[in-house]
Design a protein around this ligand. Structure first.
Ligand SMILES: Cc1cc2nc3c(=O)[nH]c(=O)nc-3n(C[C@H](O)[C@H](O)[C@H](O)COP(=O)(O)O)c2cc1C
Length: 163
């Protein structure tokens, strides 16, 4: 049976909401990436920005299983058109080389394409299953439909055999 694992980082809940919906659609395991730094509130927003400028490394407080031969869906917000440091730390802490890796990001205006290019450098086996979601909202049926379609595409394309 195919195993799906959704791994996400979320500062203010939007990516978490999408990750939960994807996990439900796929009947997947779900893991939240947490780190020592608190990025909550307006101060957290600024901290996030400074973490990008300074190239600061995140120290994770969450523990994660090694994905192995599974389908991993990485979810993150766009930070300065880039991958947020906590997700970067997660990627560096696990071996994703035998997984099929898909990714989605949430954002307000732009930067999703650049984020995926950066993510490709961190995860060379990143598949073409990538989805950028601007201002996702559960009330938006267009968003719900594009999410369902994306998940369907992931399940339809043959994944690697599970462990
Ligand atoms: C430090 C920081 C940098 C951000 N940079 C961008 C950006 O470059 N482009 C953009 O459209 N949104 C940017 N955003 C907004 C978030 O990507 C967006 O609100 C996202 O959906 C939040 O997801 P979350 O609720 O899961 O944290 C930024 C937010 C933060 C905190």
């Amino acid at each position: 049976m195919t195993r799906y694992l959704v791994v996400y980082f979320s500062r203010s809940g939007k990516t978490a909401m999408v990750a939960g919906m994807i996990a439900k659609l796929l009947d997947a395991d779900i893991e939240e990436v947490k780190c020592e730094e608190s990025y909550s509130g307006p101060v957290g927003w600024l901290k996030g920005l400074f973490s990008l400028v300074g190239g600061k490394k995140s120290r994770l407080t969450s523990s994660h299983e090694q994905p192995g031969k599974t389908t991993v869906i990485l979810g993150m917000p766009v930070w300065g058109s880039n991958v947020p440091p906590p997700m970067r730390a997660y990627i560096e802490s696990v071996d994703l080389s035998s997984a099929r890796v898909c990714a989605f990001c949430t954002f307000d205006g732009s930067g999703d394409k650049r984020l995926f290019r950066r993510l490709e450098q961190l995860v060379p086996n990143l598949s073409q299953h990538r989805l950028g979601l601007a201002k996702p909202s559960q009330q938006d049926t267009r968003f719900q439909n594009s999410l369902k379609k994306w998940v369907q595409q992931i399940t339809q394309q043959s994944p690697p055999a599970s462990d």
